[in-house]
Design a protein around this ligand. Structure first.
Ligand code: AR6
Length: 182
């Protein structure tokens, strides 16, 4: 699925995010920034120790990264240039501020990208693995938050990818994007 908002292309794809060549890929990290399973583990494995070293320096400076916030490192050995690390909310049923926090992840990741002049960004399906957020609900929040941000900053982004690891996930983001009136 592909759509345009102003000059920005929004696209859903099925891929291993570590193989993409973007200005930045986003990592669904945890507050320790010390790596983990899922996409976080894949990014640190593919990128190598340089990323963890930079994460350690960030944590030394600012402490644990709160849910919804985002920080940026290089991408080590991966084809992309940077990794934006954000911490998604753990799903507790949906009434504990999960949608707002997930929206912050997408908005703050794109703000970090803007600050660094990064125009081509790929997101994984934040929070929908280990953290248990239902994919359909997460896709709605993700797509809406991204569209709001790019419409608030027209001309700042060339391409935003929603990268599903499997076709079922990608389909849900494609549906969420399809219903948006751009
Ligand atoms: N490329 C793209 N997507 C991937 C990849 C990949 N290589 N690998 C997994 N996914 P998760 P969360 C998908 O669990 O729910 C970690 O341990 C996966 O199929 O990675 O935010 C962190 O350290 C799913 O659709 O992230 C945290 O402790 C999506 O990425 C915790 O997990 C997100 O699943 C964060 O949990």
């Amino acid at each position: 699925m592909e759509k345009k908002s102003g000059s920005t292309v929004l696209k859903t794809i099925v891929a291993d995010i570590t193989t993409l060549a973007m200005d930045a890929i986003v990592n669904a990290a945890n507050s320790s920034l010390m790596g983990g399973g899922g996409v976080d583990g894949a990014i640190h494995r593919a990128g190598g120790p340089e990323i963890l070293q930079e994460c350690k320096e960030i944590v030394d400076k600012i402490g644990r990264l709160p849910t919804g916030e985002a920080v940026i490192t290089t991408a080590g050995r991966m084809p992309s240039k940077h990794v934006i690390h954000t911490v998604g909310p753990v799903w507790h049923g949906g009434r504990k501020g999960e949608p707002e926090l997930l929206g912050h992840c997408y908005r703050n990741s794109l703000q970090a990208a803007r600050k660094n002049g990064l125009r081509r960004i790929a997101f994984p399906s934040i929070s929908t693995g280990v953290y248990g957020y239902p994919v359909e609900e997460a896709a709605d929040v993700a797509v809406r938050s991204v569209i709001e941000t790019i419409q608030a900053h027209p001309g700042d982004f060339d391409e935003i990818l929603f990268c599903g690891f499997d076709a079922g996930t990608e389909r849900k983001y494609a549906r969420a994007l399809d219903v948006e009136d751009l």
